[in-house]
Design a protein around this ligand. Structure first.
Ligand SMILES: Nc1ncnc2c1ncn2[C@@H]1O[C@H](COP(=O)(O)OP(=O)(O)OP(=O)(O)O)[C@@H](O)[C@H]1O
Ligand SMILES: [Mg+2]
Length: 668
């Protein structure tokens, strides 16, 4: 499409809308812009209802039958008072509503029903979820390496990252750490821009932005929005942004406006015609007032003593004003035109949305491992604090059990010290859980935006944590081992450290599983601690294996508790090869290590300590696989559960359905 043609078309479109607004005749048929048809994304929603159910079974309407569209090359702004449903609309369109809500109505992309989650669109959420330990440059650069395809060289990716950082005006803060609750870093507005940077790196075809300008001054808002608008205009991207309080300059950048009040459409149409719509209904914008301020003031009923002065001398309450506007919009020609366009786009049957080409799996694993390794090294709470506490604790163990000797009483003491190390020392690995949960949140955000998958995350987490876990196993382990004076021989010590390492991996794996199930870290710590305490109780120390009650405790808990195998491995490693003086009547003068393990501790001696170690590593793998399965199943099952819970649609025609089903084929 030549630029001349484009201009003519835009002008004709303006004429058409103007005619509509003034209630003129139906304009000549104007097709959707042809220039972007090849690759652009047309998003339409029709009679979209979202309700939230509370615990008592009553439900509350959050979005009430919205209809609208977003087209390539245009920016749609969603505006309305706080709590009117802007984020909910964005979430519904992006297929990301949470489980407490029901959705009905059509949401179509290029005329097809398809799920948008995972890589087809980018979404900048209202909250900034960023890795706080990284600098701005690192955060954007790692993201570029993760998302941009392998066909681009490293330097090209770096260049794109730096260019995007500059576009968002972040060059001054490039080398500053992002920072979080614990340490102050860049400002709130800068964080907002970093979040935007990360999502626009790949120039996504469909971009959702929830309050992109919050925390920014009016000049910064203008520049940020201008870049975003350019992305739409020049690259033919489809952009939907919710926005709180745009300045008049920013407002002029929008093509279309969706004005909501308590989930109802007050206005949907060209932003430039809003003024006329309000004026026609008796609420003209006073001169010298920012039009968007005027619209929001007119439709905000949160403070109900507020009255708005219309063009007539009578003042109206905001509730009345909203009522007038909503009714008037329903009957307006603008709405008819919107519906006509939506119907036209329904018939499009354009391309099915494909996920973007991105970095290969290996690149993703390498980049994620590097990023996670740096994060772990900078986050004191992840491993360093644990190392310090372990060192102190092992000093305590070492002094408490110093030079344990080979007396008969040392059998019990050895058992206790080994149990303490295998159970309580590893138990404390939950201290790093909050840091892991933070990483998990970043994973969930990036996963939803399709940056990488759960397997890459799991592998990278395992690789990056390996050296730290080795450190927290070897140093404190050596201190405890040699201060206590456990069995001599380097091979025994190495085995001891490897078992400690495996136990740490197991606790980490367990906590990963917990993190994938429970919603926050406090609940995670409680759940993780509870599960481990149960396993420790049944591990065969506090109650000897033969005395453990058979149902539940012996079968299955004793056998599935990894502490059983850790203890067995430790006891076999420690006792076998030693002899102790015997003080029990009816036996010889000495008692061998094998007898201690078999008779004193009642352990299974039919297999060697190496089998116990192998079982432990088998469990490490099993726990990681379980984590993968839970996350992957959650991704697949959640939408199904939602569909079942939603039941037959209450207001609309259908719930967003199977991916890639043309509307024509759908059961209406
Ligand atoms: N899962 C849910 N369960 C119950 N109510 C919900 C749920 N999600 C949203 N709501 C309610 O729906 C309304 C709209 O919420 P939403 O977050 O979309 O508002 P918003 O327009 O984005 O507000 P803000 O401008 O403050 O971000 C709010 O009143 C909120 O309390
Ligand atoms: Mg919101």
């Amino acid at each position: 499409m030549s630029s001349m043609e484009g201009e003519v078309e835009v002008e004709m479109e303006e004429v058409c809308w103007n005619a509509m607004a003034r209630g003129g005749d139906r304009p000549v048929e104007i097709g959707v812009r042809s220039g972007w048809e090849e690759e652009g994304l047309y998003l339409t929603w029709e009679d979209l209802w979202v309700t939230a159910t509370n615990g008592e079974g009553s439900s509350r309407v959050i979005l009430a039958g919205l209809t609208g569209y977003a087209r390539p090359g245009e920016v749609l702004a969603i505006m309305g008072p706080s709590g009117c449903g802007k984020s909910t609309l964005l979430n519904a369109l992006a297929g990301r509503l949470d489980s407490g809500t029901n959705q009905s109505g059509h949401v179509l992309v290029n005329g097809w029903r398809q799920r948008l989650a995972f890589g087809t669109s980018a979404y900048v959420t209202q909250d900034d979820i960023l890795m706080t330990t990284l600098t701005v440059r690192e955060a954007v650069y790692y993201s570029a390496q993760l998302q941009l395809p392998d066909s681009m060289t490293k330097s090209e990716k770096k260049e794109r990252a730096e260019m995007t950082i500059r576009e968002m005006g972040l060059q001054e803060a490039m080398n500053t750490r992002i920072g979080g609750q614990a340490s102050k870093g860049i400002s709130g507005g800068q964080k907002r821009r970093v979040s935007i940077c990360i999502e626009i790196l790949t120039r996504p075809k469909l971009l959702f932005l929830d309050e992109p300008t919050s925390g920014l001054d009016s000049a910064a808002s203008y520049h940020v929005m201008n870049r975003i608008v350019n992305l739409a205009r020049h690259d033919g991207r489809t952009i939907i942004a919710s926005i709180h309080q745009p300045s008049s300059e920013v407002f002029e950048l929008f093509d279309n406006l969706c004005l909501l009040s308590s989930g109802k459409t007050v206005y949907f149409g060209p932003a430039s015609l809003t003024n006329e719509f309000f004026a026609q209904n008796g609420f003209p914008c006073p001169s010298l007032r920012n039009p968007s301020d005027h619209y929001l003031r007119t439709i905000n009923k949160d403070f109900d003593e507020e009255t708005v002065r219309g063009s007539s001398s009578q003042s109206k309450t905001t509730a009345e004003a909203i009522d007038i506007l909503v009714k008037s919009y329903k009957l307006s020609n603008i709405r008819q035109e919107v519906e006509r366009r939506v119907a036209e786009m329904h018939r499009l049957e354009g391309d099915v949305v494909k996920t973007r080409s991105q970095a290969s799996f290996t690149t993703q694993c390498i980049v994620l491992t590097k990023r996670s390794f740096i994060n772990m090294s900078r986050d004191l709470g992840y491993y360093w604090l644990r190392l310090a506490i372990y060192v102190i604790l092992c000093l305590c163990i070492g002094t408490m059990f110093y030079d344990i000797g080979h007396s008969y009483a040392s059998i019990q003491a050895r058992g206790s010290v080994l149990l303490f190390i295998s159970a309580f020392l590893t138990f404390m690995a939950i201290g790093g859980f909050p840091s892991f949960v933070e990483e998990m949140k970043i994973f969930q955000r990036e996963r939803l935006n399709g940056h990488y998958g759960v397997t890459a995350f799991m592998i990278s987490n395992m690789l990056s944590s390996a050296p730290y876990l080795a450190l927290v196993s070897i140093i404190p382990g050596a201190m405890a081992y040699y201060l206590v004076g456990l069995q001599h021989g380097v091979d025994h010590f190495i085995f001891f450290v490897v078992v400690l390492y495996a136990s740490m991996l197991l606790v980490e794996g367990l906590m990963m599983i917990v993190a994938s199930i429970v919603p926050n870290y406090l609940m995670g710590i409680i759940a993780g601690a509870g599960i481990q305490a149960m396993m420790i109780l049944a591990a065969g120390f506090f109650r000897l294996p033969n005395d453990i009650p058979k149902p539940v405790w012996r079968y299955p808990i004793y056998h599935i508790a990894f502490h059983k195998y850790t203890n067995q491995a430790y006891y076999k490693n420690e006792f076998i090869g030693l002899t102790f003086p015997n003080i029990q009547a009816g036996r010889g003068a000495t008692i061998t290590g094998e007898e201690v393990v078999k008779d004193f501790w009642q352990m299974e001696v039919g297999y060697s300590k190496w089998v116990d170690l192998a079982i432990l590593f088998g469990m490490v793998i099993l726990y990681r696989v379980l984590f993968l399965v839970i996350v992957k199943t959650g991704e697949k099952v959640k939408p199904m559960i939602r569909a079942v819970l939603n039941g037959p649609p209450k207001h609309g025609i259908q719930v967003m359905g199977q991916p890639s089903t043309p509307l024509a084929d759908a059961t209406l």
